[in-house]
Design a protein around this ligand. Structure first.
Ligand SMILES: [Zn+2]
Length: 135
């Protein structure tokens, strides 16, 4: 695991207001600490710099791993994942209650690969919405 300088870690956390930049879960509500994710993994040449890192919850980061793209479950095309530094969240996703609804092929592969709507995560968001802690 790469060393992330404390100043960069703080910048990433503050820039994201403590929320996972994929699923919007707040770090105070995760059962594991949020992590600094290399959007383009180091094994693909991604560097440890502001423009290539984002705040990710444990679940999103584990499912994403070092992947850059996935296969669109609707069309079978290879599509790049949502890129939190280049892409605008609201153009690719919309919340329908606790359900994270993808709006684009990029949104679709990201929701699919990161398993953002698996039953456990849906239930977690339902509970947080009920408690007015999400989004
Ligand atoms: Zn997440």
């Amino acid at each position: 695991m790469t060393y992330i300088p404390e100043a960069l870690r703080r910048l990433v956390y503050e820039r994201a207001s403590g929320r996972c930049e994929y699923c919007l879960l707040h770090s105070a509500d995760g059962y594991m600490p949020h992590e600094v994710d290399h959007i383009y993994a180091e094994k693909h040449g991604g560097v440890t710099a502001e423009y290539n890192v984002c705040l990710s919850c444990f679940e999103c980061n584990r499912h994403k791993g070092s992947d850059l793209s996935s296969i669109d479950p609707l069309t079978g095309e290879v599509i790049q994942l949502f890129h939190p530094r280049r892409d605008k969240w609201t153009e690719h996703f919309r919340l329908n209650g606790a359900f994270l609804e993808p709006l684009t092929p990029q949104g679709r592969v990201t929701v699919f690969l990161l398993q953002m709507n698996n039953p456990k995560r849906l239930l977690e968001r339902e509970i947080l919405i009920e408690a007015q802690r999400y989004p």
